[in-house]
Design a protein around this ligand. Structure first.
Ligand code: FRU
Length: 608
């Protein structure tokens, strides 16, 4: 039987002959002997690859329209379908690798739809056995997780097992803009430095792989084996009639490195359009599993004994909290109340838009949970987990040791994530935060403290003698050889100052203003002069957090090249904002408005 593939090969041979004879048909655009390109009608193209290397490196132009890439096997069946890639038309911004390891005897066909024959891409694509992921970005953080290349949004499926922290993430391995949602995977043994482990959960016929969670099934309740890691994600299926979302399961018997998709996926369906981001946990008192997921403007709660069959129990959200945007990425966990023997349940609800400073944010509710239904204890108040613009999709690790509840967020905002001034990668996570509850003025609030692992990551510490600020006081050099990755730890005592002002700046005059408004009990960060800001009108911003104690101030500032996370009073407030200075901030200026204050402790920790 003459197959389409055979035809291609025959044409390729004819092409070589034509070259020999000096009569190359114009349609063959490249001159790489390992592959031949044929341009068909309507921007359809076929690339016949012979002696395939490991990768076809695809040149990407970040702002080009998406073309569709397909991998065709020797029997003319698709191996991978419809990968959206912004293939270069006029300029190459970076390359992404297309894995060709499915090639049989070195032969494989790549089909590209939606790319004209005169696109630069045809001249620039190349075969290679390696893909260089060496960092090329000056804004890439040093002690925050980032994808080695490509796009990242939400953290997914985080769990701890046998000394290793696992972090999966919403990943586009084919570009630094959102698309082709896949679970990327990174691991860490110190909760600070991460190693990329590849893409264990790829899109399939049920859809792309949206956010979700993972559990360690110690007692083999699902039958995949004791200790199997079971991941839950949303299969998101776009179609000409609109999108649909359903929940799917995949399990791993090698500790989260590789996953097998469950044969009976999807395990949970709905006719609601927004139905996603399952977070699963074990409810010990009822000896059953619980799934909480976002469904429109509510969170739905399901229960299960075997992780496969789920029973609807209740919904939460009507007339509760902020509803200025879609409810996404929920979490539900129990926490001790500091200084008491009480415990409460916390329901996290990420919302986009509708955050206090525009775009996304994470709100939370504190209350009780009986294994089936969550009840909010203070329905009249909206509580925010972080008071910056760049904190979203925050969820907690499963199976964390010592009863710890540790959260990690995506450090960005959907308002401008797609145009951030990086190209090799886009997206970073916050540092890990240990959660607990404290009571203030009768209200239970979440404390998000930097995880103690951040202290272990200190390389060295510069200790400053205490000083008094009655006008202004400048520390012109925070660190020698400042790489832009450090923590500033401060303890201040107010003596009648009405505004305690701290300015972080660099020699280029770029600065971030921070201040405590004493009368209003507020902490403020302002980034409109922080460096590069004009890539989006939504980026310059002033963010404000409640700061109960403006008399005795404790503040920790985690600065990491393109982000600042401010933790007040041991995490009673947190504010996370990205910044893009052209060189590291190395000067800290203290000023007071009326009155004075003293700086009791000032330490600058360089972080590895
Ligand atoms: C939140 C979100 C999730 C969804 C994912 C898709 O940022 O919209 O609700 O699962 O991103 O990438």
């Amino acid at each position: 039987m003459t197959t389409y593939k055979n035809n291609l090969l025959r044409s390729a041979r004819a092409f070589s002959l034509a070259l020999l004879l000096g009569t190359a048909p114009m349609a063959w655009a490249d001159n790489n002997p390992q592959f031949s390109v044929r341009h068909l009608a309507s921007e359809q193209n076929l690339i016949a690859v012979q002696d395939a290397a490991k990768y076809l490196l695809l040149p990407v132009q970040d702002n080009a329209p998406e073309a569709k890439v397909y991998l065709i096997g020797s029997d003319n069946h698709y191996i991978r379908e419809g990968i959206n890639v912004r293939l270069a038309r006029e300029r190459v911004d970076y390359y992404v690798p297309l894995d060709l390891s499915a090639a049989v005897d070195g032969d494989i066909t790549v089909e590209v739809q939606g790319l004209p024959a005169d696109a630069l891409c045809w001249k620039k694509m190349k075969l290679s056995d390696t893909f260089d992921t060496k960092n090329r970005e000056k804004f890439r953080p040093l002690y925050h997780h980032t994808p080695v290349y490509g796009w990242m949004n939400d953290p997914n499926g985080m769990f701890y097992l046998d000394g290793t922290w696992h972090l999966y993430f919403q990943h586009n391995p084919y570009g630094s803009t959102w698309g082709n949602m896949t679970w990327g995977h990174s691991t860490s043994t110190d909760l600070v430095h991460w190693t990329y482990q590849g893409t264990p959960i790829l899109p399939d016929a049920l859809g792309t792989i949206f956010s979700g969670s993972a559990v360690v099934d110690t007692d083999n309740t699902a039958g995949f084996g004791a200790g199997a890691v079971v991941a839950f994600y949303t299969s998101a299926k776009p179609s000409p009639w609109g999108d649909s979302q359903s929940q799917s399961l995949a399990y791993s018997t090698d500790g989260g490195r590789t996953f097998t998709k469950y044969a009976d996926n999807p395990i949970l369906t709905s006719q609601k359009r927004d139905f996603r981001d399952p977070k699963v946990f074990w409810y010990a008192p009822g000896r059953h599993w619980v799934m909480i997921l976002a469904a429109g403007q509510e969170m739905e709660i399901y229960s299960s004994r075997n992780l496969k069959e789920w029973k609807y129990e209740s919904s939460f959200g009507r007339n509760q909290g902020a509803h200025g945007g879609v409810w996404e990425c929920p979490d539900l966990f129990e926490l001790p109340v500091e200084g008491t023997r009480e415990k409460r349940w916390v329901l996290i609800c990420n919302i986009n838009p509708g955050g206090p400073f525009g775009g996304n944010a994470a709100q939370y509710f504190v209350g009780t949970f009986n294994g089936k239904k969550f009840t909010n204890e203070s329905p009249t108040r909206t509580k925010w987990m972080d008071w910056g613009k760049d904190h979203y999709a925050t969820v907690t690790f499963s199976n964390a040791p010592d009863g710890r509840v540790i959260a990690l967020g995506w450090m960005s905002n959907w308002q401008y994530q797609g145009v951030l001034p990086t190209l090799q990668y886009r997206g970073a996570n916050t540092i890990a935060r240990d959660l607990s509850l404290y009571r203030q003025d009768g209200e239970l609030l979440l404390r998000c403290a930097p995880s103690p692992e951040m202290e272990a990551a200190r390389a060295d510490t510069r200790n400053f003698p205490s000083f008094r600020v009655s006008d202004s006081y400048e520390i012109p050099s925070l660190l020698e050889d400042n790489t832009g990755a450090y923590e500033i730890e401060l303890e201040l005592k107010n003596s009648g100052s009405e505004r305690i002002i701290l300015t972080l700046s660099n020699a280029k005059g770029e600065k971030v203003h921070l201040h405590y408004d004493v009368a209003r009990h507020q902490f403020v960060m302002e980034r409109s002069e922080s460096g590069l800001t004009d890539f989006s009108p939504e980026f310059p911003a002033m963010t404000v957090a409640p700061a109960a104690d403006t008399d005795h101030i404790r503040l920790r500032l985690f600065v990491d090249r393109s982000s600042i996370e401010a933790f007040g009073d041991g995490g009673k407030f947190v504010m996370t904002n990205c910044v893009f200075p052209s060189e590291p901030y190395n000067t800290l200026t203290f000023e007071t408005w009326r009155g004075s204050f003293s700086v009791k402790t000032m330490k600058v920790h360089r972080i590895r």
